[in-house]
Design a binder for this molecule. Sequence first.
Ligand code: ATP
Length: 364
Amino acid sequence: MYLSHLRLFDFRNFKELDVSFSPGINILYGDNAQGKTNLLESIFFLSNLRSERAVRDQQLIMYTRPLAFLRGVFETCAGPVEREVTVYSDKKKVVKEGGNQKNRWSEICEDISAVFFSPDDLNLIKGEPSLRRKFLDTVIYHIKPGYIKYLQVYYRVLAHRNTLLKAVKKNPSLSDNIDPWDLQLCDTGSRIFTERLKFLERIGPDILEIFKKFTGGSTDFKINYINSVNFMSRDSIRQDFLKTLKGSREKDIARSFTTCGPHRDDIQFLLDGHDARFFGSQGQQRMLVLCLKMAQAKILFRERGEAPIMLLDDVMSELDLTRRKLIVENHGSQVFITTTDLKFIPDEILAKSKLYQVRAGSME
Ligand SMILES: Nc1ncnc2c1ncn2[C@@H]1O[C@H](COP(=O)(O)OP(=O)(O)OP(=O)(O)O)[C@@H](O)[C@H]1O
């Protein structure tokens, strides 16, 4: 799948843009603050219907304007899909495909997706566990759309349970009311645990393979799922979760917060047996993030039969020549690369790329 055509109107610093892209490698070059990342963000937003950068969709609208409009033509195995998104300053965004408004995720073409690589991704390794959980959950719901429902229900039940814990702290006679919430939390929570474990088993070998390619196989690499619940076995996840919840109830009431469950878990990346978050060098952490994202793209391709668009924001300058080539090594994906200087792009990649100069919200 690839994006053949993009149109933007009042998106970030792009007043108006109408551009065609190559199905292969597209290089966007230009000075700082010209709009290169904004352009990648528009492709990511149009593909995944969310932004990784903006906290609210409204931030995508050009300052002081009432709306932003994006239209893309994606060439998929099943034929072209024309997708339009209008982001309003005062109401929910509207998504259309082939001119028809789409109100549910289930109506939206599943073949379109993009993976974003940015220098900020380092936080995926260095940052809080919530960022790693979010990465894991996002990849899972892209390959298993029903997973998002488990998350929504789980977090809703969790919020109810936490409110109740607060009430019980003030009035202990309400404590029996917690039981039904524990059962509901275990129903969806155990599904989330199971899906995450299954997924890590599947993606683990992919990350390992990519990691070996990038490091030349010199570093031993392992992924651990760090559980806040002590599971005895895969079959007893629900019972074990319930038991742990009951065991931690006094503590939970005292803190007015549920201290165990999928919302407290983490993923640990071990390099030669040491946690990359605390012991990995900046270079190793960077490499690990790239491998994670590449494995994400690989698994999306395998599960959906369509390669996601790869958006590489300013990653070339940080890699040596061999790794620069490895990262764009074509896996059937359309690739967009931003750079401030074309000298960071190896000649053989330049030779087969389409080049665009980005200058003050316009492209040539
Ligand atoms: N909502 C918005 N409306 C108008 N301009 C915006 C909006 N959001 C961001 N900008 C501006 O867009 C400009 C370009 O930002 P962008 O991050 O795309 O630059 P870049 O070319 O990737 O630069 P760098 O090489 O430094 O990463 C910035 O000057 C920023 O202030």
